[in-house]
Design a protein around this ligand. Structure first.
Ligand code: SAH
Ligand code: SF4
Ligand code: F3S
Length: 483
């Protein structure tokens, strides 16, 4: 287990071990020595700032980077004051890339001012060869570039950079390796994401994720359970299981396990009070899972079930492998088993070839399912995906007009769905002090909606019963019941 490793006891004069994670512990110890020298020379510890773009997977990866930085001795700082700025990037839509280039441009003058400053880039965008070429050519001031498959080598790459003073680039095309027992720094003391699988094998025709995250591989159930038990011992009570397609968890293991089977094992862990997971692909959501969700005392009443489109024709072109009717039938089964479940989704507008009729099918499915909320995206062409070369790309103004219509509908239904719970008393996990009013706390309900209520800081991380006095569209104002 990571906690038992004492970096100061590692012999850093010896050759680096070849085995993982011992090799990374060795490089963390080497970097720690560098940090101590930095402290002696500058009279302060160096500061690092990790900025995350993209999804929960990236957020969890950033926690791993922060964990390594903490072990090495870095303090956390804001980007303006940091000696080491890291962008953990996303490339799922074009605008994610544009934002990174924009931010990088602003860092250049900052780096000129601070002679210590290093810039690291990692994550999904770095897995695209064109991006790395562009960085090598036009962004020479970047210090370290690595991808999603070798993130566990962060300490080693950092040390290489500290030694060589040259741009370090290390991108792997793919890996089947999963390195366990590395440190991480959680954002919240009481809840945590837990990766259960990496990569994706679905190749939805619009999506770049399988290319930048590689083939699907599942962690061993034992490693997952051990991590969750340790998290619970450390005060965590809510677990979010993470994977691009959690419903196909376990299929590639030597001794296959189903996702439903894994959930049942996690349910048995005493310290776990709430279990969440994302994301579910409709094509792989099994009856066994629905049954387990219906029975469970700990699985939250929320399912994120991306539909992408309501048109069976478009779904086929997207390679989603379900029809509109099959999706609706799935929703019916889930609602029958878990009547008070909150359903959320992702929808893409303007996929190549989408006609007005196809779009009306999307509006129709939104009206039939009545999602509690939906993330709506404008289709973004990703080079290298099959959809990028499909005919009949939809003109921007048509997409924009459809997007606005969809958003209006989604918001109207979400507000109505939210209002249903007004007046009820529900259990909330107090997660944060409200950003607007420091006498208020923000709590999350089992169904993933937020409630703001008067409460003291000492309640953070605790479960409290809250009366949802007023629905504000997509969140509530509430008051705590006597406790
Ligand atoms: N694995 C998850 C989704 C990961 S990406 C799943 O399949 O459910 C998150 C969302 O981004 C997707 O659900 C999709 O709606 C959206 N998305 C992916 N590629 C996109 C693209 N090229 N253009 C617009 N939206 C996209
Ligand atoms: Fe992308 Fe589809 Fe995989 Fe989700 S399931 S990550 S949308 S390819
Ligand atoms: Fe983006 Fe990578 Fe997640 S492309 S959405 S950060 S898997």
């Amino acid at each position: 287990m990571y906690n038992e490793i004492d970096l100061d006891k590692i012999d850093i004069a010896a050759e680096p071990p070849t085995e993982e994670p011992a090799r990374q512990y060795y490089f963390m110890a080497k970097c720690r020595e560098w940090v101590r020298r930095f402290e002696q020379e500058n009279g302060r510890l160096p500061k690092a700032c990790v900025t995350t773009f993209g999804c929960q997977m990236n957020a969890r990866d950033s926690e791993k980077l922060r964990g390594v930085l903490r072990e090495i001795g870095y303090r956390e700082g804001t980007e303006e004051k940091a000696d080491f700025v890291i962008y953990n990037t996303c490339t799922v839509r074009e605008n994610a890339n544009t934002r990174v280039y924009g931010r990088l441009g602003q860092l250049k003058p900052a780096k000129k001012k601070n002679s210590h400053m290093m810039i690291g880039l990692c994550g999904c965008m770095m897995q695209e060869p064109e991006v790395v070429e562009k960085l090598k050519k036009s962004y020479r001031f970047v210090d370290i570039i690595f991808g999603t498959h070798n993130i566990y080598k962060f300490a080693e790459l950092l040390f290489t950079r500290l030694e060589s003073e040259r741009m370090v680039i290390d991108i792997w095309k793919d890996t089947d390796k999963i390195v366990e027992d590395l440190p991480n720094e959680r954002k919240y003391p009481f809840k945590s994401g837990v990766n259960i699988m990496f990569g994706c094998n679905n190749f939805c025709s619009y999506c770049i994720v399988p290319y930048v995250r590689g083939r699907e591989r599942s962690r061993e159930p034992k490693a997952i359970i051990r991590e969750i038990e340790r998290l619970c011992a450390d005060g965590v009570s809510e677990i979010m299981l993470l994977g691009q397609n959690v419903n196909s968890y376990g299929k590639t293991l030597e001794q296959p396990v189903t996702f439903a089977g894994l959930l049942e094992e996690i349910e048995k862990i005493d310290g776990v009070r709430r279990i969440r997971f994302m994301t579910s692909h409709p094509k792989d959501l099994s009856d066994e899972l629905i049954e387990v969700m219906g029975r469970s005392k700990k699985i939250c009443k929320h399912l994120h079930l991306p539909v992408q489109s309501g048109s069976t024709d478009i779904l086929k072109k997207m390679n989603r492998r379900y029809t509109k009717e099959q999706y609706l039938e799935l929703v019916r089964k889930i609602r029958a088993a878990v009547p008070d479940i909150s359903l959320t989704t992702d929808i893409i507008v303007g996929f190549p070839g989408e006609t007005e009729e196809d779009f009306l099918e999307t509006l129709d499915i939104v009206r039939q399912v009545r999602y509690d909320s939906a993330f709506t995206f404008i289709y973004s062409k990703r080079t290298g995906t099959p959809a990028a070369v499909m005919e009949n790309q939809v003109p921007d103004e048509v997409i924009k007009e459809r997007f606005d219509r969809l958003l209006t509908e989604v918001q109207k239904i979400a507000a109505e769905a939210c209002a249903v719970h007004e007046g009820s008393v529900q259990e909330a996990l107090a997660e944060e002090i409200s950003g607007h009013d420091s006498t208020m706390l923000t709590g999350r309900l089992s169904n993933n909606l937020l409630v703001h209520f008067p409460g003291e800081r000492k309640l953070l991380g605790r479960y409290v019963d809250v009366k949802l006095t007023e629905c504000k569209g997509f969140y509530y104002i509430g008051e705590m019941m006597g406790r």
